[in-house]
Design a protein around this ligand. Structure first.
Ligand SMILES: [Cu+2]
Length: 483
C-alpha cells in the first residue's frame, strides 16, 4: 500500500515546503502565511496513544491486504491483564491505513465463541460486503470470509461487528480505518484517537453484554472505564503553536462525548467523511456513537499539561449533568513554534451541494411505543422485526430529502449504511457548514433534514440508531436501493 505516514516523521514545515502545500489544492486561498522552518512536534509525541497498524501483505502500491482474526485474547487495560474480544489481540483492533483509490482485501477469520460479521462503517463498499444481516449470513465460529472493496474517499472510518453488536462492540471489537488523500491540504500532524468505554467489575472482568436487561437497552450501556486508543488517561505531547490534526472516533456503544480541550485553539475541520468546506468552532463538539470529527488543535503555552475531558451532554434531557471525566492529558512540552499558525485555512475543500430541486421527500420517525407491557423503539411505527419484511424502497440514481424526526424525549444517533448524506438543518436551524456525514445526532423532540443521493451500488442496506442498545429494542430498518 502507499499509505506511509510522512506527517509523523517529517517536520511539518518541511512537508509543507516540499509539497507546495495549500496551493496544490482547489480549496481556496492559502492560510495565514508559512510556518517557521525546522519546527516539529516533540520526539515521540504520539507514542502514548500509538495504535497497532495492520501489516500490509501486498507491497504493491494501490492495494492493502490484511489478515484479521476476531478472537478472545489477553490485553492490558489500566494495569490489569484481562480478556477481551479483539481483532488480532489488539484493543482497539489494528488500524487499517490506506490511500484513496486503494483496493482493500481483508482475510477475516472468526475465532470467537459465537457468529459475527464485519461492517465497514462509512466506507462505500458494495452491498454484499457491508456485513449486515441484509446481505451476509453470519460467519460461524471457525468460519472465514474475504471482504473486498475499494476506498474512494479520504476520512476516518471504522470497522465493527453487525451481529449481537452491543455485546461484541462492548467487548472490544472495533478498529479504525484511516484513508488519506495525498492531494489534501496539510493541516497539522495527524493523530487518530479512538474513544470507547467498557463495563467491567473492579477486577476488570467484562460484564455480560446484556447486563441489566431492558433497562440497559433503553438507556444505553455506558461503561465505567473510558479508553483512548485502549488506554486509560494516556498522554499526548505537543508543541505550542504547532497544530495537530486529531481524527476522533466514538466507538462506544451508547456514550456521547462532549469534549473540553483547555489551553488550545480548537477548530473542527472534518466530520464523518473527510474535511468540511470550512472550519467551525471545535471546543465542545459532541460525538454520538459512530460519529467522527477532525479537530485542528493548536496548543497554547509550553510547560502546561491540560486534561482533555469528557463532558456530559445530557442526552436524556434530565436537566442534571454527571461530573466531567478525564480522557487524556495534552502535555505541551517544547518552546513555541516560531511564527505559529493562528488558524487553519478559511476554505478546506469544495463540496458541491446535492441538487434537491427535483428530490422526493421522505419522513422517518424515530419513535417508541409500548409492546407487551414494555417500551420498544422503532422507525415509522414499527420495530425492526415488524418492518424487515417490507424494506423502505428507493430508486438507484434518485436524490431524496429526508426528514428524520425524533419524537422521543431523548437523543438518538442516526446512521445510514452505504451512502453519505449532507445535513441541511436541525431543530429549525440551518446546518452551519457543508459536509458529508453518515451518522448524526437527532436531538429529542426535534427534526433533522438531510439530502442523500443513491448514486451507485444498489442492494439492501440498513439504517438505525447507533446507540447500539437501541437496535436491540428495534430502532433499525432495511433500505432497498432498487436498480
Ligand atoms: Cu437511539
Amino acid at each position: 500500500m502507499s499509505a506511509a505516514r510522512p506527517l509523523l516523521t517529517l517536520p511539518l514545515a518541511a512537508l509543507l515546503s516540499c509539497a507546495g502545500a495549500p496551493s496544490t489544492s482547489d480549496a481556496g486561498p492559502p492560510d495565514s502565511g508559512p510556518p517557521d522552518s525546522g519546527s516539529s512536534q516533540p520526539p515521540g509525541f504520539a507514542d502514548g496513544v500509538a495504535l497497532f497498524e495492520a501489516p500490509d501483505l501486498d507491497p504493491a502500491p494501490g492495494s492493502l491486504e490484511v489478515n484479521l482474526t476476531a478472537k478472545v485474547a489477553a490485553v492490558k487495560v489500566n494495569g490489569l491483564t484481562v480478556n477481551r474480544w479483539t481483532y488480532d489481540g489488539h484493543l482497539p483492533g489494528p488500524t487499517l491505513r490506506a490511500t484513496v483509490g486503494d483496493r482493500v482485501l481483508v482475510h477475516f477469520k472468526n475465532e470467537l465463541p459465537e457468529a459475527t460479521t464485519i461492517h465497514w462503517h462509512g466506507v462505500k463498499v458494495p452491498a454484499d460486503m457491508d456485513g449486515s444481516e441484509a446481505t451476509q449470513a453470519p460467519i460461524p465460529p471457525g468460519g472465514t470470509f474475504d471482504y473486498r472493496f475499494t476506498v474512494t474517499e479520504a476520512g476516518l472510518f471504522w470497522y465493527h461487528p453487525h451481529l449481537d453488536s452491543s455485546t461484541q462492540i462492548g467487548s472490544g471489537l472495533y478498529g479504525a480505518i484511516e484513508v488519506v488523500d495525498p492531494a489534501e491540504l496539510a493541516l497539522g500532524d495527524p493523530v487518530v484517537l479512538v474513544l470507547s468505554d467498557e463495563s467491567t467489575t473492579d477486577a476488570g472482568v467484562l460484564l455480560p453484554g446484556d447486563e441489566s436487561g431492558w433497562f440497559g437497552d433503553y438507556f444505553g450501556r455506558e461503561g465505567n472505564t473510558l479508553l483512548v486508543n485502549g488506554r486509560v488517561r494516556p498522554t499526548l505531547k505537543a508543541r505550542a503553536g504547532l497544530p495537530q490534526r486529531w481524527k476522533l472516533l466514538n466507538a462506544s456503544r451508547a456514550r456521547f462525548y462532549q469534549l473540553k480541550i483547555p489551553g488550545a485553539q480548537v477548530q473542527r475541520i472534518g466530520g464523518d467523511v473527510g474535511l468540511l468546506a470550512a472550519p467551525q468552532p471545535g471546543n465542545g463538539v459532541i460525538l454520538t456513537p459512530g460519529e467522527r470529527a477532525e479537530l485542528w488543535v493548536n496548543p497554547a503555552a509550553p510547560g502546561t499539561a491540560a486534561s482533555v475531558q469528557w463532558l456530559d451532554s445530557d442526552r436524556f434531557h434530565l436537566g442534571a449533568k454527571l461530573p466531567a471525566q478525564d480522557l487524556f492529558v495534552l502535555e505541551t512540552v517544547d518552546a513555541p513554534a516560531l511564527g505559529g499558525r493562528p488558524a487553519p485555512p478559511a476554505a478546506l475543500r469544495t463540496i458541491a451541494p446535492l441538487d434537491v430541486a427535483d428530490a422526493g421527500t421522505r419522513r422517518l420517525e424515530l419513535m417508541e411505543k409500548a409492546q407487551n407491557g414494555i417500551g420498544v423503539l422503532g422507525i415509522n411505527g414499527l420495530t425492526y422485526d415488524e418492518s424487515k419484511a417490507t424494506p423502505i424502497m428507493v430508486r438507484l440514481g434518485d436524490t431524496e430529502v429526508w426528514e428524520v424526526a425524533n419524537t422521543t424525549g431523548y437523543d438518538h444517533s442516526f446512521h445510514l449504511h452505504g451512502y453519505a448524506f449532507q445535513p441541511l438543518d436541525v431543530a429549525g436551524q440551518p446546518w452551519p457548514v457543508r459536509e458529508w456525514k453518515d451518522t448524526v445526532l437527532v436531538p429529542a423532540k426535534q427534526s433533522l433534514h438531510l439530502a442523500v443521493r443513491f448514486d451507485d451500488r444498489p442492494g439492501m442496506w440498513m439504517l438505525h440508531c447507533h446507540i447500539i442498545d437501541h437496535v436491540t429494542l428495534g430502532m433499525m430498518a432495511m433500505l432497498h436501493v432498487m436498480p
